[in-house]
Ligand binder design. Structure first.
Ligand code: CAA
Length: 387
């Protein structure tokens, strides 16, 4: 039988995807990891890195070149979020929200005028994007939102409040969901593109959070904000489906973020276990530690494979609702478990801020909550099973 050694297998990354991984990893080692602990402690948004990310083409990855993006595939995008998050999960989510929750829907549903107006700044780092779906009384149940958009002449008057809006305050462009028919649930919802400069648009100070503290989350307050009808994204009443389809893609990004955190936990644990000596030898000699490392490696690898599969399916234009939920659910639980075990391997040191694993543990937790809690992912997965 002729040798097939060296032939790429079905799961192999392309040369280009491998190059993107090396490029993002180098960038993260140079510009992200050195500040990760400091920006977490100071709760400081890393403004200095937004333009750098954009210059590498990482802020408009899902937007074709003709609109200023880099037109990358979704597997490359997942690799990017993973590598950024391996160094700093805050950078991961800032980048993910700009790419999948703001730029992508404008490209996918936007009119030619909307694409030309909004995409270039989001891709070049001149602007930043956010996605405003959650409200104080409508988190897992966005169809229960109370934000309204009432038509008056050739504009809509928007009122309402949003919370936990990632990139809020720093962002220039917001995908804002509101009820154009407040008597309806999901069928009454529409999507709009808002600027932060619009009269009546205000936001709060960033929330005090357990993790991803450099990625700011704010509340938004809309008081009679007049939005021209040309700013509606998609058709009236189409907002819920847009929100859900955007989240199908967004969940691949959060899955990738979780894989990055899971890998960071494994990296830190291997390094520590090789150096830390107890009973006269490195603790990596003990099977109790080796088995934890084996489980961490397994969880990370399985999570990565599922995230890349969801990304590859989306690249192929397939429906990813269930696959993306499986990827996000599995990766977020893997990252949380890896973080718990990483702190355990580090012992007392892991409980201090002298080592990064306590940050990984705080950061991992959010991946089980945002862009759909683990309970919502299980709901989505089981509904598809019974469909
Ligand atoms: N794609 C396309 N259409 C979809 C869809 C999808 N993934 N999911 C549902 N729909 C359609 C349904 O087919 C249905 O269509 P019809 O009107 O034609 O029948 C319609 O939408 C309503 O669907 P459901 O009856 O299933 O709606 P529901 O109210 O029961 O909600 C849910 C379903 C899965 C629970 C959904 O509400 C959900 O995902 N909730 C979680 C919300 C969430 O993830 N929020 C995250 C906020 S963003 C964020 O976190 C950003 C950040 O900070 C980083």
């Amino acid at each position: 039988m002729p040798s097939t050694a060296g032939t790429p297998h079905a799961f192999a990354l392309t040369e280009e995807q491998q190059l993107i991984r090396r490029t993002v990893r180098d960038f993260a080692e140079k510009h992200v990891r050195p500040i990760a602990s400091e920006i977490d402690e100071e709760k400081r948004f890393p403004t200095e890195n937004i333009k750098r990310l954009a210059d590498l083409g990482l802020m408009g990855m899902l937007v074709p070149e003709e609109y200023g993006g880099s037109g990358a595939d979704i597997v490359s995008y997942a690799i990017t979020i993973e590598e950024l998050s391996r160094a700093c999960a805050s950078h991961g989510v800032i980048t993910s929200v700009n790419n999948s929750l703001c730029a992508w829907p404008i490209y996918n549903w936007g009119t030619e005028e909307q694409r030309e107006t909004f995409l270039e700044p989001l891709c070049t780092g001149e602007g930043l994007g956010a996605y405003a779906l959650s409200e104080p009384g409508a988190g897992s149940d966005p169809a229960g939102m109370t934000s309204t958009a009432i038509k008056e002449g050739d504009a809509y008057i928007l009122n309402g409040q949003k919370n936990f809006i990632t990139n809020g305050g720093h962002a220039d462009t917001y995908i804002y969901f509101a009820k154009t028919d407040p008597d309806e649930r999901h069928r009454g919802m529409s999507a709009f593109i808002l600027d932060k400069d619009m009269d009546g648009f205000e936001w709060s100070e960033p929330e005090e959070k357990m993790g991803i503290r450099a990625a700011h989350s704010v509340q938004l307050f809309l008081d009679d904000v007049e939005v021209p009808e040309g700013r509606m994204l998609g058709e009236e009443g189409e907002g819920f489906k847009i929100a859900m389809q955007v989240l199908d893609g967004g969940r691949i990004g959060i899955g990738a973020q979780a894989v990055g955190i899971a890998q960071a936990c494994l990296d830190a644990s291997k390094e520590y276990a090789s150096e830390r000596e107890q009973f006269g030898q490195p603790i990596s000699n003990f099977q109790a530690i080796q088995f934890k490392i084996a489980d961490m490696a397994m969880r990370t690898e399985v999570a990565r494979n599922q995230v890349y599969k969801a990304a590859a399916m989306k690249d192929a234009g397939e429906d990813v609702t269930q696959t993306a939920s499986i990827a996000k659910l599995n990766a977020s639980e893997a990252s949380m478990e890896n973080a718990i075990q990483a702190v355990q391997i580090h012992g007392g040191n892991g409980y201090t801020t002298d080592y990064p694993v306590e940050r990984y543990m705080r950061d991992a937790k959010i991946t089980e909550i945002y862009e759909g809690t683990s309970e919502i992912q299980r709901l989505v997965i089981s509904r598809e099973e019974f469909n």
